[in-house]
Design a protein around this ligand. Structure first.
Ligand SMILES: [Zn+2]
Length: 196
């Protein structure tokens, strides 16, 4: 994946994330690895107003190289994951409601349908809790992710990694779908038990 067109693709992925109900306002963020650093969505810019200028380039210490505004407040988490996962080329972080509810209530998200098993193998882990925007959270998220492609951040949201922003976004949608299916299937099971 060359750097050409990458800012545009990050804008598209961030907008799609908002349009598909995975993030509200300016919550969540999208990034991609480039030579010696990362491109990441700017902090606090609503996605409908996000342009390529709002894709900020930083190095692995968080020093800004280009772009308008500040990098997303969760840039440390992105950097930490790229440092540990040489295979990760893009990251999507969402606050999608079902996945976040799972990250609040569960220790891990069980996989309840066949497609989820194919995509993620086993359960999706929930990280240890840490305050937003800290290196502590960055390390907790990377620890939870391990070698997998998705992790839920305790009381916060979801993170997915992929070869491209499009792939990471698609996985973020699948995580939300799985969290929704888990909840719905549990609810139906309870209804079934009640009626017996
Ligand atoms: Zn967040």
């Amino acid at each position: 994946m060359g750097a050409y067109g990458l800012p545009r693709r990050l804008v598209e992925a961030a907008r799609a994330m908002a349009q598909r109900g995975l993030a509200r306002g300016s919550s969540g963020n999208v990034s991609a690895r480039i030579e010696g650093g990362i491109l990441i969505t700017a902090s606090g810019v609503p996605y409908e107003r996000l342009s390529e200028d709002g894709i900020v380039e930083i190095d692995f210490e968080g020093k800004k190289r280009s772009g308008e505004g500040e990098p997303s407040s969760e840039w440390r988490m992105h950097v930490e994951i790229y440092r540990r996962r040489r295979d990760a080329a893009a990251i999507v972080h969402t606050h999608s409601p079902y996945a976040t509810a799972a990250a609040i209530a569960l220790k891990s998200l069980p996989i309840v349908h066949d497609e989820g098993k194919i995509l993620f193998g086993g359960e999706i882990p929930v990280s240890e809790h840490a305050p937003p925007g800290t290196w502590e959270l960055a390390r907790a998220a990377a620890d939870g992710l391990g070698a997998g492609s998705a992790v839920l951040i305790a009381r916060h949201g979801a993170v997915t990694v992929g070869d491209t922003p499009e792939e990471a976004l698609s996985l973020a949608e699948k995580v939300e779908e799985m969290a929704q299916l888990f909840w719905l299937s549990r609810f139906l099971e309870e209804e079934h038990v009640k009626r017996r």
